[in-house]
Design a protein around this ligand. Sequence first.
Ligand code: OGA
Ligand code: MN
Length: 360
Amino acid sequence: MYDDASASTADLQPGEEERTAFRKAEKVYKLYKTIQSKNSSSRRRQKRDALALKTDLTQVIDFAAILNDFHVCGELPPGIVRFHSPGVTDPIFCFRDKPGFFFIPRALNVEEQCQLLRESLASFPEPPNRTNHTAIYGPLVGLLDAARKNKLLGKFEFDNLQSNSHSFVGEDDRDGQFCKIIAPAVTLLRKLRWSTLGLQFDWSKRSYDISLPHREIPSVLCLLAKKLAVPAMPLGEEFSPEAAIVNYFGPSDMLGGHLDDMEADWSKPIVSISLGCKAIFLLGGKTRDDPPLAMFLRSGDVVLMAGEARQCFHGVPRIFCDDENADCSALVSHLTGEEDIVLREYIQNSRVNINIRQVF
Ligand code: OGA
Ligand code: MN
């Protein structure tokens, strides 16, 4: 039923045949932007271009629909099998040809999604955890709280001595030469791209730096990951979460094809949780030349990559933030409190992915 994604790239432009199968699939699914113009003739052209660029989603595997059909008639599409895990009643799906890959549709209920989203923006980016902002601004404290209160973030500067370690949150608190305003907290929140929990990952060295100060993975997340990992663990062994990378995606962000090969022990799974707007996930093979499978990831879905699948290229070429496709209204309508206004605004245009790893 599901062909590989390269099937949609039948009419290739000159030179494109040199691209890898993975790159071709990314090109099929990525978001194409048309240049905005007030000029009517080019608006016509835009409309034409937009039609031409409309993504063909017919080959994208939709586990929500598969789960629904499975509940109704008990059947699964060819190549997809149900995995039975002791004590788990909700279906877990696997591909017959991709050992080690598990898809758990709606693994998290809406309360759990809300709680994890809150922590992803409130406590996960807090020092000593590092984020993409750390190298530029130093440790930032209270980012979400400052965004809720519409505050500016600033940094103290003592005479000639610039102190990166004295980041603070202040209300337009421009105290002459001593304080330098960085940016509104909401802007920094929107520009958050990653944070790291547990053992800290050094992106420049592409390795874990165990000498960096860190806290253990929060216990709620640790327990959840242990429970979710069970289907992908050898019988009798327990998953031991040591590090997590939290990815924050805006509407036009994508995560290019990659392997997660920095952990010493590849026999242990990666537990990957999706929150917020729907995305397309590509699962390839051991080289970029293997055509990937494309599937939707929705808020509350969990993916496990273990065994052979742990060595497979994967990536996220597309996020859907439009009302019709984002498919996160359950989460959004659950964020009703005054405190959650910033979260609600944020998640309507974002996706958060938490992937939890055992490093050693
Ligand atoms: C990663 C990753 C997948 C996702 O961060 O290594 O593969 O669903 N994320 O965002
Ligand atoms: Mn990855």
